[in-house]
Design a protein around this ligand. Structure first.
Ligand code: FE2
Length: 226
């Protein structure tokens, strides 16, 4: 099995919640982290060593933490929100809970990967890819555009995780790029192709390896978890 063609970039992102008083002045920062402890704790430790600023971290699901920040409003103890996906940042930006990051920090991130309003930056990226069974298909068999999986030739051969946040972010990117109408047409066509649904990305790549489906719409790194 291999993967082909990056389609979109999402990221793990960082933002500041306003109305949270002392922050660095008080020698401590409170971080709400939707990213897993195992992955980001070493970063927080290095930050503490380098700056002497204590970090308090609350870990949870990104959506749940974003809802908490919105609910806490001006009383939120959160200084920094470290989210796993862009949707939760859009939500908090719309709620007016984010403040502008310092320009020096914004300048370190390329424009496509930061908020035009300067309220968040991307800290890492993932590519959306089509993984495929190399015993059934060669790269030449794959269409050049994700849109072409609407073709009936792909009936019963596609695997995807409809409730997964990354899949939903991918559909959101499509809505923003192509518009609601074309995105709905594509989704309807994919549905007519009777895709097999899986809970998450990993079961999709496992299903490709097991020969259940020929292609899958996933994040690139799940191939390495097989
Ligand atoms: Fe993931």
């Amino acid at each position: 099995m291999r993967m082909a063609r990056g389609l979109a970039l999402a990221g793990a992102l960082l933002a500041l919640a306003p109305g949270c008083g002392d922050g660095a002045d008080g020698g401590s920062l409170t971080v709400y982290s939707g990213r897993e402890q195992e992955i980001v704790e070493p970063l927080f430790e290095r930050f503490q060593e380098a700056t002497g600023i204590e970090i308090e971290v609350r870990y949870g699901e990104s959506a749940e933490l974003a809802a908490t920040i919105a609910e806490e409003g001006g009383n939120s103890p959160a200084d920094v929100f470290f989210a796993q996906d862009a949707g939760t940042l859009g939500f908090l930006a719309a709620e007016g809970r984010l403040t502008r990051l310092p320009q020096a920090l914004l300048d370190r991130v390329q424009r496509p990967y930061r908020d035009p309003g300067g309220r968040w930056v991307g800290t890492s990226g993932r590519a959306r890819v089509v993984a495929y069974n190399t015993e059934e298909l060669s790269e030449a068999d794959l269409p050049d555009s994700i849109l072409d999986f609407a073709d009936p030739r792909w009936k019963g051969k596609i695997g995807l995780p409809p409730t997964n946040a990354s899949f939903q972010a991918f559909v959101t990117a499509m809505r923003l790029t192509l518009g609601e109408g074309r995105t709905r047409e594509w989704l309807d066509a994919i549905k007519r192709n009777e895709p097999k649904f899986y809970e998450k990305n990993l079961p999709v790549v496992e299903a490709i390896a097991a020969g259940e489906v020929e292609v899958g719409f996933v994040n690139h790194y799940y191939l390495y978890l097989l």
